[in-house]
Design a protein around this ligand. Sequence first.
Ligand code: NAD
Length: 219
Amino acid sequence: MGDFNGQTVLVTGGGTGIGKAVTEAFVAAGAEVVNRHADVSSQSDVDDLIRPLATLDILVNCAGIIHRDAEYDMPTFLRVLDVNLSGVMRMCTACKPLLARRRGSIVNIASVLSFLGGPRVPAYAASKGGVVQLTKSLAAAWAPDGIRVNAVAPGWIATQMTQAIQEDEQRSAVILARTPMGRWGTPGDVAGPVLFLCSQAAAFITGAVLPVDGGYLIS
Ligand code: NAD
């Protein structure tokens, strides 16, 4: 998984699910992980989070929300965009000066819904599509600063975000039938690829979006 000794990592949404697994994997690989809570939709929260940091090597943007069947309501639509897309931009721009000093890297959490429509979650799908374009744009803009910017696009991962769908036998069966690997992913399945993208093994990779979906997007 790489040696992250001496590196400082910031994970948003690091208290649960995928973010928690990413945090644990970085700690196991020797990194120091900053895990203070900040609301990524608040510029002042983000600024307060970053200000005390002396150094930063890696930013992983895992914070995200979804409001199934409620995102046609305009305030809800805007809220999802503000957390999932603008929140990533806020964190990336706030961390850029520190990351540039260490020639660091960023991994954003996109989704298979970055590529597919989400009729029950139009804001979520739009936000995750935006995360992919933002990732590519920042990768191109910040390559001269030595900052790599990549994303992973998880498929169906068993976390609290998908709890209701896991418990819906019919819906879960449809998902599993479309997933060539035939199972739900675990948060740990996503953590490995995140560490890879931050590691020296990925030193020439930027602007990439790596599906972590058991093959969901290929069928
Ligand atoms: P999760 O609900 O466990 O994690 C989301 C985290 O974001 C939580 O810790 C929550 O506290 C935090 N968060 C929410 N709003 C925030 C805000 N305004 N500021 C800061 N933190 C905030 O679910 P998860 O599945 O682990 O999701 C992690 C990421 O993975 C999300 O971006 C999600 O969209 C993405 N994702 C999940 C799946 C899946 O199937 N579970 C698939 C694709 C992408």
